[in-house]
Design a protein around this ligand. Structure first.
Ligand SMILES: *[C@@H]1O[C@H](CO)[C@@H](O)[C@H](O)[C@H]1NC(C)=O
Ligand SMILES: *[C@@H]1O[C@H](CO)[C@@H](O)[C@H](O)[C@H]1NC(C)=O
Ligand SMILES: *[C@@H]1O[C@H](CO)[C@@H](O)[C@H](O)[C@H]1NC(C)=O
Ligand SMILES: [Cu+2]
Length: 248
């Protein structure tokens, strides 16, 4: 036998048959810690959001990428206190730090933002082209999820330094590739957090650079229809638009 089994395949094997998947437990923005789900084995997925991340409804994947479930997950609802959006403040150009519950699958990690109109307490994010991609990691020596594991389940995403101040959703997502060889079976694990950006500039994306959710992903797109057992990870292309960069 000449082939060597990459460690990620081993992680995949361990994961098969596991019923619970993973979710974001904590966030750190401008040094402040936010609890997303309590430190219990099976959080109550139907409970209202405890802080600034919208509830996800359950820990399973979203499969129906043409439905509004792909926007912020199955039971996501805007979070507001007496009509006022609940947000976490973050300075443009600084890191949005995410801590996942242990994660059992292999695949890319992708993050998008959308300006909340008029504010995050009333904005769904599922209508029209409002999203821009701020970060992606597919495969470079290892899958993003292996890197996540190596970083003890912490992941950093930099909020672009040039975007206008105001309220935004951050849509952070892991895509689990193990079933993506079958059309409609690729597994998406998105969730959305309500933030208020300060210290930015007025150089956000143009309307023509925005995409919609649902809409940005198609069932047979590169990186969504993908056979992880036969395709070379080095050829993997993260789905969706290019990462948006501040104009120079
Ligand atoms: C959300 O988390 C922040 C930072 O830890 C805390 O100050 C705030 O009270 C929390 N908000 C709610 C509604 O729990
Ligand atoms: C979203 O996902 C939930 C949970 O799987 C499902 O019950 C619901 O029908 C889905 N909604 C849509 C619009 O497809
Ligand atoms: C994320 O960013 C914070 C603050 O910039 C830094 O302290 C931390 O080490 C970073 N974590 C990772 C996993 O890169
Ligand atoms: Cu899973």
């Amino acid at each position: 036998m000449h082939f060597k089994i990459p460690t990620l395949f081993i992680i995949n094997l361990l994961a098969s048959g596991v019923t619970s998947h993973g979710w974001i437990k904590r966030l750190k923005l401008n040094g402040a810690a936010y609890t997303v789900f309590p430190e219990v084995k099976t959080p109550d997925w139907t409970a209202p959001a405890i802080n600034i991340t919208r509830q996800i409804g359950y820990d399973g994947p979203v499969l129906d990428i043409l439905s509004t479930n792909i926007t912020c997950n199955a039971r996501a609802v805007p979070i507001a206190d007496n009509g006022v959006s609940r947000t976490g403040t973050i300075t443009a150009g600084s890191n949005f730090e995410i801590y996942w519950e242990s994660w059992p699958h292999s695949g890319p990690i992708v993050t998008y933002m959308a300006r909340c109109e008029p504010d995050c307490g009333s904005f769904l994010g599922s209508e029209g082209k409002v999203w821009f991609k701020i970060d992606e990691f597919g495969f470079e020596d290892s899958w993003a999820t292996q890197k996540l594991y190596n970083q003890k389940y912490w992941w950093n995403v930099t909020v672009p330094e040039c975007i206008p101040d105001g309220e935004y959703l951050i849509r952070h997502e892991i895509i689990a590739l193990s079933e993506c060889k079958t059309v409609g079976k690729c597994q998406f694990y998105p969730s959305c957090t309500q933030i208020k950006v300060i210290g930015g500039r007025d150089r956000g994306p143009a309307e023509s650079e925005l995409v919609s959710f649902p809409g940005a992903y198609g069932k047979t797109d590169k990186g969504i229809l993908w056979d992880t057992n036969t395709q070379d990870p080095k050829d993997y292309v993260v789905p969706g638009p290019e990462v948006w960069k501040c104009p120079s």
